[in-house]
Each structure stands twice: as C-alpha cells, then as structure tokens.
Write a new protein. Structure first.
Length: 201
C-alpha cells in the first residue's frame, strides 16, 4: 500500500495552491469544503475561484520564497513543469507535505475522489488513474441515501449512551446498521427508531 488513508481536520489550516487552472480549482474546492484557509498563486486564475470560501488570490507567478512552513500543505498544480519541479524540491527540503499534480510519484499525499453524505466521507485513490476513482465514487454514491444519513446522524448522537448501556452495548451498533434498518427508516422515518433506542437505554 503506497498511501496511508488519513482524515485530517483542515478547519483553519493554511494551504497553498500553486496554479489557477482546472486541477487547482478542483483541489481548492476540496480543501475549501473542509474549511481550510487557502492561498492561490498563479499568473492566470480562473474566475470560479472567487465562488469558494476562504480563498486569498495572488495573480502572479510563484517564487521559491512562497514555499513556507507557515503552510500545512502545498498543492503544486501549475502548467509549468520547471516551476513544479523546483518548488517540489523546496517542499522536500523544508519538510512540507506537497501534492505535485503533474507527477504523483513525487507527491507526499494525494486527495483522490471524495464522496460525502452528512458526516460520512469516502475517499478513493487508484494509483494515478482518476477514471477508476470516479467510477468507484459514483458506485459508492448510490449507497449514500437519505436514510443512511439519518441513521448515521442518530447513531453519532446516541453512540456514547448505547456503548454505556448494559442492554444494548457495542454489539447493537453492529447489528442495527443493515439494509433492513434503512428500509424501516424509509417507511417510518427515524423517529420510531430513536424512541425504541431511548426506551432501551
């Protein structure tokens, strides 16, 4: 396994994105959704960046001094391979994790294809083949129904009490997550299940 999946709380963490094209925009969207504080540096920056929250733009070419330890992570997504190579080396020297989008073999991390459903997050990578990741994400997305989101929210709320219950406990959490439960929620909504759980605590 080349990559170790890690889910990091990005709220308030500073991220530098070098590049202003489609790849940089997609990466910026992922980090913006996660609450990161993003700086984008590129001579030409797509206007869609302005729609993203927490974005600071600098319309110029990136220089070595832009690579700073003040950033938690750096996305290198410019169209200039020489710039990408130079900045990637500086990231290595300064021990800053970087995603080099034109050569993932030189990346410290990748973001992959991300699918969400409430607090549920699924991320897929496929060895540098985005079409495979997108296919898997679309298949996973079919599982992300409103009923699953409701069940996830309910169990996140009641999990501490369920674990502490002598009558329910950890085993209940394993058995309650099933297609049968999802069908029940679809028919009865979540209220009946909530009341049933609370009555057993």
């Amino acid at each position: 396994m080349q990559y170790m999946p890690l889910f990091v709380d990005m709220h308030g963490r500073r991220v530098l994105i070098i590049g202003g094209g489609d790849v940089a925009l997609r990466k910026a969207g992922q980090f913006a959704e996660a609450g990161a504080d993003i700086t984008v540096i590129a001579p030409d920056i797509k206007p869609e960046f302005k729609k993203l929250p927490g974005i600071h733009q600098e319309a110029r070419k990136a220089v070595p001094d832009d690579v700073s330890c003040n950033y938690f992570a750096i996305i290198i997504a410019s169209s200039d391979k020489e710039t990408n190579e130079s900045l990637s080396k500086i990231c290595k020297e300064k021990c800053i994790i970087a995603d080099r989008c034109d050569d993932h073999s030189k990346s410290d991390f990748v973001t992959g294809s991300i699918t969400t459903c409430g607090s549920i997050i699924n991320a897929t990578v496929s060895g540098g083949n985005p079409s495979i990741s997108r296919f898997i994400s679309k298949e996973v997305e079919k599982l992300f129904t409103p009923e699953l989101e409701k069940l996830s929210k309910l169990l996140n709320e009641l999990r501490p009490a369920i674990l502490a219950s002598k009558k329910l406990g950890r085993q209940y959490l394993s058995t309650i997550v099933s297609q049968e439960t999802l069908e029940r929620i679809k028919k009865e909504d979540i209220t009946a299940l909530r009341q049933e759980i609370l009555a057993c605590l």
